[in-house]
Write a protein that binds this ligand. Structure first.
Ligand code: CMP
Length: 141
């Protein structure tokens, strides 16, 4: 289904730890098709905009600092029921609570540096994909 996608990125800690390859391999093996992908180093103000919904949270400033500390690998991932399926693959936000074999269990270094982000709803997947990608950078399969 053309619209069945989610937005994801591999966070700076996983990029620095050379875990892009293993994470992409898990994503492909789980049946997702990558319909857009780019490596980008967010500015502080871009990280603030992306996580604006958490603006009042006590961890916001540290999160922004972390997310602008190095490049991320942003992706649009397609499969049936993509938002839910991807959240199953990555596990709980807190890696201490993530299931065995999930991406966060395997590659997160802390609650903040939890290796990957995945949209939490179809509405947010649309907004987040548009934050990173133009229509010309997306390939439907
Ligand atoms: P993510 O799925 O990208 O969505 C928001 C991010 O905020 C989350 O992953 C974590 O990186 C971070 N986060 C959420 N809760 C906390 C917390 N209690 N302390 C520090 N960072 C958090």
């Amino acid at each position: 289904m053309l619209n069945d996608f989610t937005f994801a990125f591999i966070k700076p800690n996983a990029v620095k730890n050379s875990n892009i390859g293993p994470i992409l391999s898990m994503i492909n093996k789980a049946g997702f098709r990558i319909s857009a992908m780019k490596m980008i180093h967010l500015t502080i103000s871009q990280a603030e905009s992306f996580y604006a919904v958490h603006g009042e949270k006590p961890f916001f400033r540290d999160l922004v600092k972390f997310m602008s500390s190095g490049p991320v690998v942003a992706m649009i991932l397609c499969c049936d029921n993509a938002v839910e399926e991807f959240r199953k693959l990555i596990g709980e936000t807190d890696p201490a609570r993530a299931g065995e074999g999930t991406i966060r269990k395997l590659f997160a270094t802390s609650l903040q540096m939890n290796a990957v982000h995945g949209s939490d709803s179809n509405e947010n997947a649309i907004k987040e994909a548009a934050f990173f990608f133009s229509e010309f950078e997306r390939y439907y399969s």
